[in-house]
Design a protein around this ligand. Sequence first.
Ligand SMILES: Cc1cc2nc3c(=O)[nH]c(=O)nc-3n(C[C@H](O)[C@H](O)[C@H](O)COP(=O)(O)OP(=O)(O)OC[C@H]3O[C@@H](n4cnc5c(N)ncnc54)[C@H](O)[C@@H]3O)c2cc1C
Length: 386
Amino acid sequence: MAGSKDFDLYRPSEEHDELRKVVRSLAEAKIAPFAAEVDEEGRFPQEALDALVAADLHAVHVPEEFGGAGADALATVIVIEEVARVCASSSLIPAVNKLGSLPVVLSGSEALKKQYLSPLAKGDAMFSYALSEPDAGSDAAGMKTKAVRDGDHWVLNGVKRWITNAGVSEYYTVMAVTDPEKRSKGISAFVVEKSDEGVSFGAPEKKLGIKGSPTREIYLDNVRIPADRMIGEEGTGFATAMKTLDHTRITIAAQALGIAQGALDYAKGYVQERKQFGKPIADFQGIQFMLADMAMKLEAARQLTYSAAAKSERVDGDLTFFGAAAKCFASDVAMEVTTDAVQLLGGYGYTRDYPVERMMRDAKITQIYEGTNQVQRIVMARNLPK
Ligand SMILES: Cc1cc2nc3c(=O)[nH]c(=O)nc-3n(C[C@H](O)[C@H](O)[C@H](O)COP(=O)(O)OP(=O)(O)OC[C@H]3O[C@@H](n4cnc5c(N)ncnc54)[C@H](O)[C@@H]3O)c2cc1C
């Protein structure tokens, strides 16, 4: 049929639907009860990590040959989406495990994969991704962290900023300049371990949302690592970092979907209960139209995200556009839907007695990290569909 190849929705299989049920019930039983506390206290959601590891849902993307579940991109999206529906901070456990380790999956040697993916799959170690620096955010290629070759070793010096799960993760994919003359082509990627001498961490950032997910600086002070910890060839680190983001921006879209779904579900229940003018506020058309718009936008974001996940799985040529589009669209929708959920709860929605306030704060970060939504628009404009 003409044009059918452009119509590329990913239909979740029965297995995907089954996985969603399993993750939803685990998230509601073992993660949701701690979500408000984790936010209020700004503490790492250890209960969520324990529950996810026990159910083998903490890093489902790791290929089976390295002891992982070998889940496809859509299954990974579903896991993140369902965890984010109850606790966005906790959803950064599976999401950042994928972000941190995907450079190794995509470009690492077999030995490196075996060494670092197996402990991740077992739940013995988490993985983080260290690209950003204090003066290199959107312009990540402007980084200053350096790696200098010394015999069979590389010596790293510099500061990485905003690193999710820093201090909790054992392993870090660190991008560093190996040839300052070549800008992005002079950047290489390395695996750095928390226990490597010269690695230390800054104080946790005091953030608006995702307060349970530690965000810290990493200081690299003459960190000497074996040369075989380089991921791929020298000078390919920035390309690997960008290729990784093509796939993992879809996981941020998933997180945005989950946060928005959690807010919509809560608001839907609330408007049935809350009475004003002698009847449930759900009876007012003004409220019904808001819910209809929220559900419509969320479903559009979900279809785009699942379609992008299919492209990630197949590594389609237009993945870069779709990864950026899904992240940008879903995060904008999450911000709108969570803001509307607060509106639907009125004054109560503005307090921490109800979860939609947290969800609105959590949604904001999805418009910022893994490239701001302005940056996503730059990426899309450079990779418009043919
Ligand atoms: C909670 C949190 C967790 C994070 N986790 C990680 C992590 O695990 N690993 C990691 O490496 N990084 C991480 N980051 C970093 C994140 O990816 C950066 O904050 C983001 O890329 C933006 O960089 P910046 O903060 O330096 O903003 P800047 O680049 O300084 O941007 C400031 C503003 O200018 C806009 N802007 C910049 N350039 C342009 C342009 N060319 N055109 C139009 N607008 C532009 C931006 O969109 C933004 O609105 C995290 C950040 C936060 C806040």
